[in-house]
Design a protein around this ligand. Structure first.
Ligand code: GAL
Length: 435
């Protein structure tokens, strides 16, 4: 449910006493004029987002504080629910009612769908003034534009194909981080024997979809991934590599605990943080949770590319779009926010908390940890090798309708052992045709 909008505070005017002298009166009038000017410049910016876990909330706080420094007021419209499904439902309700929030966290093709509705406010003037084209990777700039104009402001690059590992758990079974799927299942067997849950997962459709996406990349490689999930090639979607990926994915289930249903992703990360489970497949927003828990990469936990996906990089870029709103003056706050989101200072502090890396390519990463540095190096290397792929489970490539249909297939396959891998592959191919 969207948070209630706080009513604007009613102002009480102090009545002027009859004996007020002219000089006092002019001081009062000057003060009133000043406060009117400030009020005219202080825009209320209602921001829809779904950053409610420990690391996420800290990151959202950075944005709120920086926006308020510009004299604008942040009106929080946080809708809990990892992956943003609940937030998107709440957004639709508000737009349909003709009362959209000033800003919303939206990604990928959905930006264009909202553009088609004619409800977005371009921020191209801010982008031109601040030279966004010069500092953004062109593929990402293209996602942010509608009809050639910027309507979205990107804040980060999250890598999705990570495996997070509790370092002590791995030591207990005297193992190295698994590089191949064979290694992975060997390590997982050893962990099971030692009484440690090998894989932490939350049984929610987007988490299952994300895990499958990562397995598919590791099993089939970047070229296969692109053919299947970017080009939606029918033969690839139901072909033998997809079947192998689905079989590998199903094997994972036997290494996860039985109480996964409905578990939030950050609760699964907490299991890895406290040693209850050894590993989690998750994008690097998980690192935000390790950071909040004061855990150190390389010592307390390890970040490695998921088995078989070392040379590839699944990207997930968070961004905000701005809606045309009726209240006069809000556009000032919206433009302030757009400029802020792409500013070097914001991108640095925000991403240190969020677990991602800046999307601006001109920033110094010396303050970032080893996982972020690896992410940045791998992003560049994968880009050069044609192995940079968009995350379909995180809204980056297929339409929201196809994404939802894929979620359904993967979720059913994960929980229903009677569905064969080939049947699931056929269903994926059918789901790709969803309008
Ligand atoms: C992703 C989003 C991230 C992260 C995650 C969990 O879709 O891009 O910023 O917070 O969901 O909610």
């Amino acid at each position: 449910m969207p948070a209630a909008r706080p009513d604007s505070p009613t102002r009480r005017r102090a009545p002027l006493a009859a004996s007020t002298s002219v000089s006092t009166l002019s001081t009062v009038l000057a003060a009133a004029a000043l406060s009117f000017a400030t009020a005219a410049h202080a825009a209320q910016v209602e921001v829809l987002h779904y950053w409610t876990s420990g690391g996420e909330a800290k990151s959202a706080q950075v944005l709120k504080q920086m926006l308020e420094k510009k004299g604008d007021t942040w009106v929080d419209f946080a809708v809990a629910g990892g992956g943003g499904g609940n937030a998107m439902t709440a957004l639709k309700t508000r737009v349909v009612a003709g009362n959209p929030p000033a800003a919303a966290q939206i990604k990928g093709p959905a930006i264009h769908e909202w553009g088609d509705e004619g409800v977005l406010m371009p921020i191209d003037d801010v982008a031109k003034q601040d030279g966004w084209d010069r500092v953004l990777p062109p593929e990402i700039a293209a996602i942010m534009k509608y009809n050639g104009q910027y309507v979205g402001a990107p804040v980060n690059v999250h890598r999705v194909n990570w495996l997070w590992i509790n370092a002590d758990a791995l030591k207990k079974v005297n193992a190295q981080p698994p590089a191949t799927w064979d290694d992975f299942f060997r390590v997982a067997d050893a962990l099971k024997k030692a009484g440690i849950t090998p894989v932490a997962i939350g049984g929610q459709p987007w988490q299952e979809a994300e895990t499958f996406e990562t397995v598919a990349l590791g099993v089939g490689g970047a070229a296969f991934y692109k053919k299947a999930f970017v080009q939606l090639d029918d033969a690839t979607l139901k072909g033998p590599t997809m079947v192998k990926a689905l079989e590998t994915f199903r094997r994972l289930r036997t290494y996860a605990d039985a109480s996964q249903t409905g578990r939030d992703w950050n609760m699964a990360t907490a299991m890895v943080i406290n040693g209850q489970a050894a590993m989690q497949f998750m994008g690097d927003w998980a690192k935000g949770e390790f950071t909040v828990a004061n855990k150190v990469p390389g010592k307390d936990y390890l970040c490695v590319a998921a088995p078989g996906s070392q040379n590839a990089y699944t990207f997930n870029v968070d961004s905000f779009v701005f809606f045309k709103v009726k209240t006069p003056g809000v556009d000032k706050g919206q433009k302030d926010m757009a400029g802020l989101l792409m500013s070097p200072a914001f991108q640095q502090t925000f991403n240190l908390n969020k677990g991602s890396i800046p999307v601006r390519q001109d920033l110094d990463l010396s303050k970032f940890d080893a996982c972020a540095k690896k992410s940045s190096a791998d992003f560049k290397a994968a880009g050069a090798a044609g192995a940079l792929v968009p995350s379909w489970a995180h809204d980056m490539v297929v339409s929201p309708a196809v994404e939802g249909a894929f979620y359904d297939v993967i979720g059913k396959y994960w929980s229903d052992e009677s569905m064969t891998a080939q049947q699931a592959a056929n269903r994926l191919a059918a789901a790709a045709k969803t309008q």
